[in-house]
Design a protein around this ligand. Structure first.
Ligand code: SF4
Length: 249
């Protein structure tokens, strides 16, 4: 039996991209090998937290001991189900760090007719490839060098893996969302380079202005970056994290 570490389990609204506003059950896996400057889930980067926090339907909070096995996770998910649930969101941290565990949960969820949605940085194309068949929708990030997700000398390898993960998702018939967080001063050339690299793929491309008010791009920058992306890609959108406006997790 595969076991793994989950940081949080809760039901909420998706706050990013084209599925914003959809009710999901979030499975936040523990651990992430990256270190983005804008990270808002740094508390989930520890790979082996002793407890998983569960927010019940009545909003009461429960802590249960980690690690968990996949059947217990599916049982807990069932308890959070509401009539408006759109899908299960596998998030982090980065779920790829627990690929085998993720796959077991997602396979069982699929068998029970849940829709599976994964959010990942795509930092390991090999890990992503090993689980992609269980997913319906994938939201994959492309980190910019200025996000400092990895050391400068490791950036090209990260970028290569992200692009490969995106290609694997598209080739596997998974609905693919590509998200780039943009900060003030994001160079047009970088968005152009990424857009060109994705030009032959069917993806929804999301430019997400960073939430931190001190790093946020202004509206003229967003118009420009959106136009640059739209010169190469059919499906471009700009959207901030809307769950922050709603005051939910
Ligand atoms: S990939 Fe996500 S969880 Fe990991 S450091 Fe970046 S923003 Fe934080």
């Amino acid at each position: 039996m595969v076991v793994g570490y989950i940081k949080e389990l809760f039901s909420s609204f998706q706050g990013e991209g084209p599925y914003a506003g959809r009710r999901q059950i979030f499975i936040r896996f523990a651990g992430c090998p990256l270190s983005c400057v804008y990270c808002d889930t740094a508390y989930a980067r520890q790979p082996e937290p002793p407890y998983c926090t569960i927010v019940n339907k009545d909003r009461s909070v429960l802590q249960i001991k980690n690690p968990l096995d996949h059947s217990s996770v599916i049982e807990l998910v069932g308890e959070l189900l509401t009539p408006d649930t759109h899908s299960l969101c596998y998030t982090g941290g980065d779920p790829l760090l627990n690929a085998e565990f993720v796959k077991e949960i997602a396979r069982e969820a699929k068998y029970l007719h849940y829709r599976n949605f994964i959010e990942t940085s795509g930092y390991s194309a090999a890990a992503f490839e090993s689980i992609v068949s269980e997913f319906d929708i994938a939201s994959i990030d492309i980190k910019l060098r200025r996000h400092r997700a990895v050391k400068d000398e490791d950036y090209e390898l990260l970028y290569y893996n992200e692009l490969n993960s995106i290609r694997i998702a598209v080739d596997s018939g998974v609905e693919t969302i590509v998200k780039v967080v943009v900060m003030r001063g994001t160079p047009e050339e970088e968005i152009e380079q990424i857009s060109k690299a994705l030009a032959d793929l069917r993806v929804i491309f999301v430019l997400q202005p960073v939430t931190d008010i001190n790093l946020k791009p202004d509206i003229d920058e967003l118009f420009t970056l959106s136009e640059v992306a739209g010169s190469f890609l059919d499906d471009v959108m700009v959207l901030p994290q809307v769950h922050k406006c709603m005051g939910v997790l």
